[in-house]
Design a protein around this ligand. Structure first.
Ligand SMILES: Cc1cc2nc3c(=O)[nH]c(=O)nc-3n(C[C@H](O)[C@H](O)[C@H](O)COP(=O)(O)O)c2cc1C
Length: 169
């Protein structure tokens, strides 16, 4: 049966929005940058591929976040896509560690931006544009390098970590 119910448009409670948008399952990335000789990195799932020609993507760090500032000031960042067994990296790059990189095996771009060596895939970018959007920034990056290894991704859905199971049909 077809429903003709009208949806009411009203101010949306941010917590309700957060819970609802959490129904959109994503992968999990740690976005890394170098600023004033210091490594920065934060867990992000606001990653969207934008363009293939040229190759571009976007991420949305909270306005004023340490990593967001490092990305803006250095003009370069790396997306480290996490594998199914790398929930510990996701937690580490959210947490209040003195240094989130302690004990993490790191590689570098030619300009010194850190890569989490064990990640499932890496996408290196230079910043093309930054747009303020509410309490976050939209950072648009031009893709400079890509590398990946085989393995399953870490998945985030409704505030919980999980893994991907292919239907196999
Ligand atoms: C799965 C997951 C995804 C996240 N995605 C984002 C995001 O896209 N943008 C953001 O600003 N914070 C995101 N966060 C929260 C940040 O990782 C967290 O606030 C972090 O402490 C910010 O780093 P900073 O303290 O260096 O600024 C996410 C957290 C988790 C666990």
């Amino acid at each position: 049966m077809t429903s003709h119910a009208t949806i009411e448009m009203d101010e949306v409670d941010p917590l309700v929005y957060r819970r609802t948008v959490g129904t959109f399952a994503t992968g999990v990335a740690v976005v890394t940058a170098l600023h004033d000789g210091e490594y920065h990195g934060m867990t992000m799932n606001s990653l969207t591929s934008v363009s293939l020609d040229p190759c571009m993507l976007l991420v949305c760090p909270r306005h004023g976040s340490a990593t967001g500032k490092a990305i803006a000031d250095s003009g370069e960042f790396v997306i480290n896509l996490l594998g199914a067994d790398q929930e510990d990296f996701s937690a580490r790059f959210v947490g209040q560690f003195e240094d989130r990189f302690t004990g993490v095996d790191v590689e570098h771009t030619p300009t010194g931006t850190p890569l989490i060596a064990e990640a499932l895939a890496h996408i290196g970018c230079s910043v093309v544009d930054i747009h303020r959007a509410g309490d976050h920034d939209i950072v648009v990056g031009r893709v400079r390098f890509c590398k990946e290894r085989s393995g399953e991704p870490l998945v985030f859905f409704k505030g919980q970590y999980g893994s991907f199971v292919a239907r196999g049909d």
